[in-house]
Design a protein around this ligand. Structure first.
Ligand SMILES: Cc1cc2nc3c(=O)[nH]c(=O)nc-3n(C[C@H](O)[C@H](O)[C@H](O)COP(=O)(O)O)c2cc1C
Length: 170
């Protein structure tokens, strides 16, 4: 619920403060009905429910890629390793080559979505629901398959506009 009298923080402050909250980074991939692969860098991916298994993320309503993936009704969240900042930025920017995938050697996840080389884990989902929340949509996915591909590598962390690694002592 919004309170009409609630103070409205400046966008600059909103971005700055949330920049201090570290997030993991995934590339949400999928295929358009034509079969063309698509992907977007996402920092808001999170587990939502264990029973039933649900996971989701927030996507900007101006995203050009999400509607293409959504039309197939399924996607895969590729969990990036700390060493994969090139993939983080590649899937956050427009490609000069036409496709963000370029010459990446992708494999197929259980639901047929692209799996990027070297990722730590994958989470396949069928689109469960999409709900408008402010200037983003909350995409909730029903998890259909999930696996750790390389659990020994540190995962990527995004913090204050930069990529780093999730280093845990011990
Ligand atoms: C680390 C990182 C995390 C991001 N997280 C999100 C996110 O959770 N939701 C979102 O809509 N965009 C997010 N973005 C921005 C999108 O990747 C970016 O706007 C992209 O260009 C959208 O592409 P599209 O217009 O082809 O969909 C993130 C970018 C970076 C670098």
């Amino acid at each position: 619920m919004t309170d009409g009298a609630a103070p409205h923080p400046a966008k600059h402050d909103f971005r700055k403060v949330f920049g201090h909250l570290p997030t993991g980074v995934v590339v949400v991939t999928g295929r358009a009905p034509s079969g063309e692969p698509h992907g977007i860098t996402i920092g808001s991916f999170v587990s939502i429910s264990l029973e039933p298994p649900l996971a989701g993320f927030f996507i900007g309503r101006s995203s050009r890629t999400w509607p293409l993936i959504a039309s197939s009704g399924k996607f895969c969240a590729n969990v990036l390793a700390a060493t994969q900042s090139d993939l983080c930025w590649r899937f956050a920017k427009d490609s000069v080559e036409g496709s963000r995938f370029g010459d990446l050697r992708i494999e197929a996840s259980a639901n047929g979505s692209p799996v990027l080389p070297g990722v730590i884990a994958t989470v396949d989902c069928s689109v469960h629901s999409v709900q408008q929340v402010g200037d983003h949509d909350l995409v909730v996915g029903a998890v259909t398959d999930l696996r750790v591909l390389d659990g020994d590598q540190p995962a990527m962390v995004f913090f204050k506009g930069k990529t780093g690694d999730a280093h845990i002592d011990g």
